[in-house]
Structure formats: structure tokens, C-alpha cells
Design a protein around this ligand. Structure first.
Ligand SMILES: *Cc1c(COP(=O)(O)O)cnc(C)c1O
Length: 783
């Protein structure tokens, strides 16, 4: 794109959209204008892309969440017009960084699961695979987090209040979703372009927005009932109003069920309509042209819905089931029993009375197979979709899918040997592993241009941007200390950038010479943010006892949102904020350690945090974290992991070497052995420093403003310590102390980080996506 042409486009767009000169607009409007100009450039390529794939089998990623973050820089990078656009804007007197920050994050997800969906879309388009995403256009994404007196306070995220340049409304493809005869809405699709790196393929993320069929009741209005006149529209819009902010536990709300049905039904109708329009006379070829991936059970209603829609087209049940099973594949994301979705049958019937009979039909088919397989009736509770007045979404998804996958090797093994071992016994080939990944375009190229430039220099090519396995060659490029010196300088620079950002946003001064030790992820007891907080509280006590001792400077950084209804998670946030206040305000200590809890952690904040980390905290109770992807982002940016043998940590140390990371704590088997014969009093009394820290929860050292929250944390630890915070603390403390010791030899320490970066190739979502494409979806790249 020529610079002059771009300038003209931007200026013209400003007049078109706002009737004003571009230079008169405020930042958000300038962002929208530039976005519109980029769209004008990419739309013809997008149309080309749609055409080229129209004849081949496609993959459809169904997900209730797509945690996309910002799109401007990503689109510019992937279209390879970043330099040009930035230069042009500079000539026009516009600060690109301000413009970039003016874009609201598309926060249509909670955490890892939603971000994975976003990374997959990026990889799919980059690898030239025909792949579309289907989801919901939430009017409000994940809430904004504020801290008030150290407590989390949620605020709505009206990310669509400004015009969004990336969304194209496609009213022609509107469909009707019928919950029941009396309850129907319109589903209106908005399409977002997914630009692959290099710009050869632009795929589509289609997000549905709910609308009333009768938007305005004129009669009611005429009778003076103004509220009634828009009631239907309000009720309909509620369906796509808000993303459920709970991570992994089942919200169990009627509205949530409606959302799930809303987007899966709309998406399937969309696919069937296009299929018929392409001239197919029967549905015999449907599964040969469509692979649908169910991202967890949130879209699992696609199973009975596809059967229902096929039966409506005259396909009999057995055939419809067969087509459905060949079309669907299912990803399991959790080992937490409480997170497996189960719907109360009566609630389900009240919302989706017409869909329920199809679930019964599927369950009936399963029952006859259970008899055929001679499964003892006493074991049917491990299989039945409908039992005890409830509907088991995971069982339905396993039964009616072609493939079921876990998201890291250890997770998949646990699925096979524990969580769903009975299913594994019946279908020994159905459960497969697809270890998660992250896109290096966003998590390195864009967020860490300095390290990217170094990698390109060392490797002598930019090929790693689309083939991350090439990073392995960085090991042999490590010929002298100059290489490490540059790596360390870049880390320092990123730490300084983060320090400036934190100074501005959190008003806390942190020292880039200190170790940056970072834990950023959703707040959950199993992730054990509390254990890291206890280490800090203990370290504080130790420094106070010996202020002139040989301490290594360290900055502890947290970022995490707690589900609004998750009491213990909110209590832990309050505790960490109190701890931070105490540490940061103590002049005897605050030159050695600092604690920062960044407000409103999300994708854009993450892009600043990962590149600046020295230490990556991945300290979940073994057997609880399915994979993690934050761990991979840290690794790729050259941090070392302090972590348990859980999720993808296992594969991270397999790739980069245990000696280059800090592994500690009980492993899965030990956790299992401990459960049931665990007395938290023992580690509490036997671990140096621990009792003082735990007691400080309730002895007046830390204040919870009279809420009783800290007492509740105390009680949960002493009354069972479900996540073994106390049991693992001794080993964690010793390991953390070792990090402080090792950091004194900074070359040796950063060499470990360098080796981690060089061995991060496996964790590209390009690798993951290619595995899905070849082994589950059977789709091919555009030839
Ligand atoms: C990567 C990412 C996550 C997932 O983090 P985990 O440590 O794997 O739980 C969550 N939120 C955001 C914003 C992310 O970028």
C-alpha cells in the first residue's frame, strides 16, 4: 500500500465516518478511521480467500469464547504493512502508540480457553487452512477490574460503544433461533477478518448478535405502554448482552443455556443453508465437507441440534447420528470435576423443550449400545447422558464425536486413566492428545520486537515467524557471551518498558535491576496465587529480622481476575493487595522487594508482562491444570519456570531441560496418595516460617476491613487445605530461595532463560493447529 494512497484513504475515511478532518478527531475516532482504512485495503483479499476455499472441506471452531485482544497491530503485522502505516502516521503527526492504546480489547473470553481459540484462528489463517470461528458477539466482554480498598470491584466492559472497524454486519445471513414456539429471536451475524501472516489467507470469525423479530410493538406504544413497546427487543438482546465471567465452573443459568443454544443453532443453520445453496441434494456429503470442533462442552448442544435440523430435512435418526458423529470433535479443557457441565433436566426442558427429545433419542441409542457392549448396569452412571434428573454434556460430547482430545500429554493421560477411563475402555482410539500452543506472531513478534529482531539476526532469516521449530538453532548460535549479552540487554529493556507502564498505570515504582517474578492468570485456588503470596510474606518477615542480610532484589507481580461470585478468589486478591501495601510502604524492605497486583489483567496487559519476566510462576496443584498457555508465552520470551509437574509444564521441561527450570512440589501420584490422609497441621508446624505467615492472616497483621475474609482463608487452610498450599510450601520456599541465589550469577541464570526460548518451538499453536487439521479435521491447505 503506497504511503500517499494510505494518507488519502485515512483522510477520506475521516470525512466519511465523522464529517470531520482526521486531525480534529480524538484518539478513539482516529483509531476507528485508521481501522476503516485498513479494512478497505483487506476486504478484497478477504473476498478472494472466501472464494478460494468454497469447494473444499472446512473446519469450524465453535467456541463460546474468543479472547482476541486488540486487532490493529496484529492486522498490520500479518498484512506486513506495519512499517508503512506507522511511517505514514508519523508523517501525519500521529503517535502510533497512542492510537494503538485507543483500541478496546475484544475481551470475549475469560482466560486460557478463549485465548486458545484466538491463537488457533491466527494459526489457521497463517497456515492457509480453511477454518472459521463461530461464537457470540457479546455486547459486554469480560468485566473491567478495579481495586477499591484492595477489593476487586467489577465494572461493565462496553467495548462496542465506539464503532468497531473490524466487524462487518451481514444482515443477509440472519437466521431465526427458536428456543420454543413462543420464544424465538433473530441471530444477526457480524464477521471479523482473521488475517493470516503474509496475508495470503483471510479467514472469518462469525459472531452472532441477538435481536427481536418484532422489534417494536406499535400497539403497546400507542396505548402509552412505552416500556412494553421495546420489551421484546430488550429480552432478545439480553441473550448476547454479556459474557459469563466465571472461569471453568458451571454457571447453571437459564440465560447461559440460551446463549449456548443460540450460537450453536445459528451457526449450524448457517452451514446447512450454504450447503444447500451449493446445490447438494442430500446430506450424505455433509460430514465430508465440514469438521466442527467443540471448544469444551459450551457448544455441545450442536450435537442434538444438528440431528434435529437433519431430521427436519427428512434424514432419519440413525443416519443423522452418523453424520453428526463424523462431523463433531470435542476438546476437554478441565480436570476439575465441578467444572464438568451438567444441566438440570427441568431447567433444560423449560428453556429448550423442543431440543430435549433429541437428547433422549441420543441417550436411548447409548443405552442400547451399553447393552450390546455388555457393560454392567452398575457402571452405567459413568456413561448415561441423562441420569438423576440431569444432562451430562461431557458424556454426550464424548459419545457423539469422532475424536475427544485433551490439551497436554499429562492431561490426556489422566483423562484415559481416571476421569473418563470407562469411555476409554470402550473406545480405545477416541481420546487423543493435542498439546496446546500459542501464536508467536502476537506473543513474540508483536509484543517483543527487540527479541524478534535478535532471533532474526541470529538465524539469518524470518522463517521462524511461520516455523517456530527453527528456534532450536539458537542453541548453536550461542557461540560467545555477546549473544547472551544482547539477550540480557533486551530483557532489561523490556523490564524498563514494563516498569514505566506500571509506574503510569499502578503508580508503583519498581526496579528493573530486580528479578521480575510474575504470576498472571485467572485467580483460582488450584493455581495457588496464595502460595506465592505466602512466600512473599515469609520473605518479608525474614528481611525484617535481618535487614542488612544478603538479599536478592525481587519484584513480585500478580495479574488476575476473580469470578465475581468466587468468594475465596476475591479474598485472596484482597490479601495480596494488603500484603503489597505493607511491603511497598516499609522503607526497610521496599528497596529489596516490591509487590504489584496489576489492575485489569487482560490480553493487552499480558503483551507487556510476558516479555519482561525473569521468572514464570506455574505452581498449580499437580493434576489440576489441564495445560496452561501462559507458561508457554513466558518460555518463548526467555523466562525460567518455577512450577509443578502439571499441565504443559511437564512438556516444557522435557523440551528445555529440568536443569534450566525450577521444578518442585508433589507430583500427581503423590497428591493422590496424600488425599484422604492429609493433616495440614503437620506442614504448618514443621515448615520454617509458615506458621507465622498463616497466623498473620488472623492476628491483626493484615486487615480485611472486617469482612472476615482472612479468617475464611485461614479456616480453609487449617481445615483441610484442599490444594496442598501448606504441604508444598517448604519445597516451594527452598526452590524460590535457590532462584534468588542463582540470580546472583546473572549470566548463568539468563543462559537458562535463553535455552528455554530456544526450545519453545513445540509450543507454537501452528504445530497444534496442524495436528488438529491433519489428524482430526482432515482438511488440507489451499493448493
Ligand atoms: C494466556 C492467557 C491466559 C491463560 O493463562 P494460564 O496461565 O495458562 O492460565 C489467560 N488470560 C490471558 C489474558 C492470557 O493471555
Amino acid at each position: 500500500m503506497k504511503s500517499l494512497e494510505l494518507k488519502d484513504r485515512i483522510e477520506a475515511q475521516a470525512y466519511d465516518s465523522y464529517g470531520q478532518s482526521f486531525y480534529e478527531l480524538h484518539e478513539k475516532e482516529q483509531f476507528v478511521t485508521v481501522g476503516n482504512a485498513v479494512m478497505e485495503y483487506l476486504v478484497p483479499k478477504w473476498i478472494e480467500s472466501k472464494k478460494k476455499f468454497s469447494q473444499q472441506k472446512q473446519a469450524y471452531y465453535f467456541s463460546a469464547e474468543f479472547l482476541m485482544g486488540r486487532a490493529l497491530s496484529n492486522n498490520l503485522t500479518n498484512l506486513e504493512i506495519e512499517k508503512n502505516v506507522k511511517e505514514t502516521l508519523e508523517e501525519m503527526g500521529v503517535n502510533y502508540n497512542i492510537l494503538e492504546e485507543a483500541e478496546d480489547d475484544a475481551g470475549l473470553g475469560n482466560g486460557g480457553l478463549g485465548r486458545l481459540a484466538a491463537c488457533f484462528l491466527d494459526s489457521g489463517a497463517t497456515l492457509d487452512y480453511p477454518m472459521s470461528g463461530y461464537g457470540i458477539l457479546y455486547q459486554y466482554g469480560i468485566f473491567k477490574q478495579n481495586f477499591v480498598n484492595g477489593f476487586q470491584v467489577e465494572e461493565a466492559d462496553p467495548w462496542l460503544d465506539y464503532e468497531n472497524p473490524w466487524l462487518v454486519k451481514n444482515s443477509n445471513d440472519t437466521v431465526i433461533v427458536e428456543f420454543s414456539e413462543a420464544d424465538k429471536v433473530e441471530a444477526v451475524p457480524y464477521d471479523m477478518p482473521i488475517v493470516g501472516y503474509g496475508g495470503n489467507t483471510i479467514n472469518t470469525l462469525r459472531l452472532w448478535s441477538a435481536n427481536a423479530i418484532e422489534k417494536f410493538d406499535f400497539q403497546a406504544f400507542d396505548e402509552g405502554k412505552y416500556i412494553d413497546s421495546v420489551k421484546a427487543q430488550n429480552e432478545a438482546e439480553t441473550i448476547s448482552r454479556i459474557l459469563y465471567p466465571n472461569d471453568s465452573t458451571d454457571e447453571g443459568k437459564q440465560l447461559r443455556l440460551k446463549q449456548q443454544y443460540f450460537f450453536t443453532s445459528a451457526s449450524l443453520q448457517d452451514l446447512m443453508r450454504k450447503y444447500k445453496e451449493a446445490g447438494h441434494k442430500s446430506f450424505d456429503d455433509f460430514s465430508k465437507l465440514h469438521s466442527i470442533q467443540l471448544n469444551d462442552t459450551h457448544p455441545a448442544l450442536a450435537i442434538p441440534e444438528l440431528i434435529r435440523l437433519l431430521e427436519q430435512e427428512g434424514v432419519e435418526f440413525e443416519k443423522a447420528f452418523d453424520i453428526t458423529q463424523k462431523t463433531m470433535a470435542f476438546t476437554n479443557h478441565t480436570l476439575l470435576a465441578e467444572a464438568l457441565e451438567v444441566w438440570n433436566k427441568d431447567l433444560f426442558l423449560s428453556v429448550l423443550p423442543n431440543l430435549y427429545p433429541y437428547i433422549e433419542e441420543i441417550n436411548g441409542r447409548l443405552v442400547s449400545e451399553l447393552k450390546e457392549w455388555k457393560v454392567d448396569e452398575s457402571k452405567w452412571d459413568k456413561f448415561l447422558i441423562i441420569q438423576n434428573n440431569s444432562i451430562h454434556m461431557a458424556f454426550m460430547s464424548i459419545y457423539a464425536s469422532r475424536a475427544v482430545n485433551g490439551v497436554a500429554a499429562i492431561h490426556t493421560d489422566l483423562l484415559k486413566t481416571d476421569v473418563i477411563r470407562e469411555w476409554h475402555g470402550i473406545f480405545p482410539n477416541r481420546i487423543v492428545n493435542k498439546t496446546n500452543g500459542i501464536t508467536q506472531r502476537r506473543w513474540l513478534l508483536q509484543s517483543n520486537p527487540q527479541l524478534s529482531a535478535m532471533i532474526t539476526d541470529l538465524l539469518g532469516s524470518r522463517e521462524w515467524i511461520t516455523d517456530l521449530s527453527l528456534l532450536k538453532d539458537l542453541e548453536e548460535k550461542y557461540t560467545d557471551d555477546a549473544v547472551l549479552g544482547r539477550f540480557i540487554d533486551i530483557k532489561k529493556e523490556k523490564k524498563q518498558e514494563l516498569a514505566d507502564y506500571i509506574q503510569f498505570h499502578e503508580e508503583i515504582d519498581i526496579d528493573p535491576e530486580s528479578i521480575f517474578d510474575i504470576q498472571i492468570k485467572r485467580l483460582h485456588e488450584y493455581k495457588r496465587q496464595l502460595m506465592m503470596a505466602f512466600y512473599i510474606a515469609d520473605l518479608y518477615n525474614r528481611i525484617k529480622a535481618d535487614p542488612d542480610g544478603q538479599w536478592t532484589k525481587r519484584t513480585f507481580i500478580f495479574g488476575a481476575k476473580a469470578a465475581p461470585g468466587y468468594y475465596m478468589a476475591k479474598a485472596i486478591i484482597k490479601f495480596i493487595n494488603e500484603l503489597a501495601d505493607r511491603v511497598n510502604a516499609d522503607p526497610e524492605v521496599n528497596g529489596i522487594i516490591k509487590v504489584v497486583f496489576v489492575e485489569n489483567y487482560g490480553v493487552s496487559y499480558a503483551e507487556k508482562l510476558f516479555p519482561a519476566a525473569d521468572v514464570s510462576e506455574q505452581i498449580s496443584t499437580a493434576g489440576k491444570e489441564a495445560s496452561g498457555t501462559g507458561n508457554m508465552k513466558f518460555m518463548l520470551n526467555g523466562a525460567v519456570t518455577v512450577g509443578t509437574m502439571d499441565g504443559a509444564n511437564v512438556e516444557i521441561v522435557e523440551e528445555a531441560g529440568r536443569e534450566n527450570n525450577y521444578i518442585f512440589g508433589m507430583e500427581v501420584e503423590e497428591v493422590e496418595a496424600k488425599r484422604g490422609n492429609y493433616d495440614p497441621e503437620i506442614p504448618l508446624q514443621e515448615t520454617e516460617g509458615l506458621a507465622a505467615v498463616v497466623e498473620s492472616l488472623t492476628d491483626g497483621t493484615y486487615h480485611d476491613n472486617g469482612t472476615g475474609m482472612f479468617q475464611d482463608i485461614y479456616d480453609s487452610l487449617t481445615g483441610g487445605d484442599e490444594y496442598f498450599v501448606l504441604e508444598d510450601f517448604a519445597d516451594y520456599r527452598e526452590t524460590q530461595d535457590r532462584i534468588s541465589h542463582d540470580y546472583r550469577d546473572s549470566k548463568a541464570f539468563y543462559k537458562k532463560g535463553y535455552v528455554n526460548m530456544a526450545n519453545a518451538g513445540k509450543f507454537s499453536s501452528d504445530r497444534t493447529l496442524a495436528e488438529y487439521a491433519e489428524e482430526i479435521w482432515h482438511i488440507s491447505k489451499f493448493q
